[in-house]
Write a protein that binds this ligand. Structure first.
Ligand code: ADP
Length: 488
């Protein structure tokens, strides 16, 4: 058993390509920015390694985090040359974090098109993460990898000419199985140092292509995903198509652990990005946030209408085609709909068109804006999340922390965190199962009606959500259990 602050504590290296607040694209960034701290508090000796993408070191400095350069560099032998990186060590929230700084990470964080050249930084990163132990004189018991972008690491431990000799255990956590890192095998197979036999249908080959995530799933010592419901959904063809067979095959090493939140960061009672603070005992500040939000949207700040908010990547997964197809029906309810996000053109355009059609009801804030997202969470009444699939979802939990009642589809992690108030045992939101406009409007109309006609009931639903325990405490314990299972 690991003991807190003891030299016997399990050593875990978190290998992640996103780290909030320095390099966050979505939920992975949030998890990497908060779970290690909770694990460390639970007695795990956890450290983090991540690429210093453009702007990351500047953000680190701006945040006043002291950083030092480690004497030794790390390197990766890849594509017939040695790739060096400087190792910048910093204490981020009490967790020792290594930022790898090199020309390999000078481009866009995630490539729009995946091929050998754009996938290479992720393979190089994984090999440099494997080399880190010598540079810092600290050898992890477990490499904890996340999504396809660090899936090369378990592959290397299993099939790389050199690293398969070094030993080491790995965990692959799946934050979103839709992104798999698929590209042409040549010249990757020669350039990567993987044994040629690692490219077959029971390992990383996938319909003639390399599939890094598939390789990572097969090669890792254990696999986890970010909610129990998603863990079973991904074993079905409806959810994961061709990869579902592999996940079904590997199910004995798969578990689902729900994400937590950094509840200090996402706290309406201490949030510096919102104009007024509030908590479950004193909700007055929420009305001031709603006014500020409506003003920002150019809408009447005194309106009684419920404000529906969305903060999301605008991609097919999130169900926004349902939202713009329902624009007329949403406007008819009298509610205001404010959406913050960016993503696929056809979805952005669909929402922009809906906002043009109904300027007094619908507003799109296009882009990624962290402070504005806090205002939406705080100033909204209803948080709409009609996801087609949702591995865990953090936004519904954040919204509940801020007393904004979720309307969510019963899928993945949403099913594990949002419970319909009209169940006999009550709940914290409004849910629907059918993935179409009618299904979504059925739940949304119930929410709008409840808001308009039963203020006491509404307040109780808000409080139910605000009092949920979204800390990492329980889940950090489950991760620790998984680490212990692997090392016993
Ligand atoms: P996913 O990881 O699939 O994008 P999650 O709900 O797990 O979805 O996490 C999304 C995170 O990203 C949340 O913290 C949310 O507030 C944030 N986010 C998404 N889009 C934006 C945006 N446009 N501006 C600011 N924050 C955003």
């Amino acid at each position: 058993m690991a003991v807190k602050n003891s030299s016997n504590a399990l050593k875990v290296l978190f290998v992640t390509t996103e780290l909030a607040p320095f390099s966050k694209v979505g939920g992975l960034g949030d998890v990497a920015g908060s779970l290690p701290k909770a694990l460390s508090q639970a007695g795990v000796d956890v450290r983090v390694v991540t690429p210093a993408w453009p702007g990351v070191l500047e953000k680190l400095e701006a945040a006043g985090v002291k950083a030092t350069t480690v004497k030794s560099k790390v390197y990766a032998a890849y594509d017939w040359r040695i790739h060096f990186a400087n190792v910048i060590k910093a204490d981020v929230n009490g967790v020792t974090t290594y930022f790898l700084n090199s020309e390999d990470y000078a481009g866009d964080m995630y490539p729009a098109q995946l091929n050998f050249w754009t996938a290479s930084p992720f393979a190089v990163f994984c090999m440099q993460a494997l080399e880190l132990k010598d540079a810092i004189n600290w050898t992890p018991d477990i490499y904890h990898c996340h999504d396809w972008t660090s899936a090369f690491l378990p592959c290397a431990l299993a099939w790389h000419r050199h690293y398969r000799q070094t030993g080491g255990k790995s965990i692959m956590t799946l934050h979103n199985v839709a992104y798999q890192g698929v590209f042409e095998p040549y010249p990757f197979l020669d350039a990567s140092g993987l044994e040629p036999w690692s490219f077959n249908s029971s390992t990383m080959e996938f319909y003639g292509q390399v599939n890094l995530l598939k390789g990572g799933i097969v090669a890792a010592t254990a696999v986890s995903t970010v909610s129990p419901t998603y863990a079973s959904e991904i074993q079905t063809y409806e959810s994961t198509r061709e990869l579902s067979g592999i996940l079904y095959q590997q199910r004995s090493k798969l578990r689902g652990i729900i994400n937590g939140l950094d509840t200090k960061f996402w706290d309406p009672n201490g949030d510096k990005s919102i104009p007024a603070k509030f908590n479950a005992r004193d909700l007055k500040g929420k009305a001031a946030c709603k006014k500020a939000l409506l003003q920002r949207a150019g809408l009447d700040p005194e309106t009684d209408a419920p404000v529906i908010v969305c903060v999301s990547r605008l991609v097919e997964q999130k169900g926004f085609d349902m939202v713009f197809n329902a624009a007329g029906q949403i406007a008819e309810t009298g509610a205001k709909l404010l959406i913050l996000g960016s993503g696929q053109d056809w979805i952005e355009n669909g929402i922009a068109h809906a906002a043009d059609m109904y300027p007094n009801s619908i507003k799109l804030f296009k882009g990624y804006d962290e402070p504005l997202s806090h205002l939406l969470y705080a100033g909204g009444d209803i948080f709409l999340m009609p996801s087609v699939f949702e591995p865990c979802g953090l936004s519904q939990m954040i919204s509940m922390r801020y007393g904004t009642v979720p309307v969510a589809r019963e899928v993945g992690g949403l099913r594990d965190t949002v419970f319909d108030v009209d169940r006999p045992e009550g709940g914290n939101g409004f849910t629907f199962l059918t993935c179409d406009v009618d299904g979504m409007m059925w739940a949304l109309r119930r929410a709008v009606d409840r808001y308009n006609h039963d203020k006491d009931a509404w307040k109780n639903i808000m409080l139910e959500g605000m009092r949920e325990d979204f800390t990492w405490d329980k889940s950090a314990g489950l991760y620790k259990e998984m680490y212990e299972d692997l090392t016993q």
